[in-house]
Design a protein around this ligand. Structure first.
Ligand code: GRF
Length: 202
């Protein structure tokens, strides 16, 4: 399957997806890394790895105009699925609807707990015994779409948001490629991709 990755920053999950895609048995290839931040470190990594990139700053653009530009860039790459990986902006309902069923995100909590920001501090403050990460389908409500995969990460005495984030990140790097592989493999016979792309082009 053809996968586009959308990032805003570091891009460590993008890197995990990219290197997983280069394993012999990989179920997907990365056809584009897109960003709203032309200075995102992840973009430079993708370029160094020979992956096509697209970036445009969202500054000065309406949310609708930026999402249309992102949509156009994605469509040109003909991805079967789009993986948000540290994309730090809200998407318009129009964009989400256009990619319905093909748009995934990774979130650093055990959803449905702790949608939104500051998930590590919130888990620590609540005295939880586990934090974790979740890959889910993107719907209009933030961090609320169907859960595709989840990994728990034990909270240790003395953990800070930073130490916890580091371990959750390790779990994310395993979870995202595995969950994306399973998802695209489940859908590969359904012709869902062609139907969607035709509908978009019409
Ligand atoms: C990850 O923790 C992800 O769960 C969250 O943003 C972070 C992105 O990190 N949505 P990176 O850019 O993949 O390193």
């Amino acid at each position: 399957a053809r996968v586009a990755v959308v990032i805003s920053g570091e891009g460590s999950n993008m890197a995990a997806l990219l290197y997983a895609s280069r394993l012999p048995q990989a179920a997907f290839e990365i056809v584009l890394v897109a960003s709203n931040n032309p200075d995102a470190p992840g973009l430079a990594l993708a370029e160094a790895e020979g992956v096509p990139t697209w970036s445009q700053s969202h500054k000065g653009l309406s949310r609708e105009a930026f999402d249309q530009a992102l949509h156009d860039a994605l469509t040109a790459a003909r991805p079967d699925a789009v993986a948000l990986a540290g994309y730090m902006r809200l998407l318009t309902p129009t964009f989400v609807e256009r990619w319905h069923g093909r748009l995934l995100n990774i979130h650093p909590s055990l959803l449905p707990k702790y949608r939104g920001l500051d998930t590590y501090a919130r888990a620590l403050e609540a005295g939880d015994s586990d934090a974790g990460c979740t890959v889910h389908l993107v719907t209009e409500d933030v961090d609320a779409g169907e859960i595709l995969g989840q990994v728990a990460v034990a909270i240790r005495p003395g953990d800070t948001p930073d130490t916890l984030a580091q371990r959750v990140r390790l779990a994310e790097h395993q979870l995202y490629p595995a969950t994306l592989s399973a998802y695209v493999s489940r859908h590969q016979d359904a012709n869902w991709i062609e139907a969607e792309v035709d509908a978009l082009a019409a």
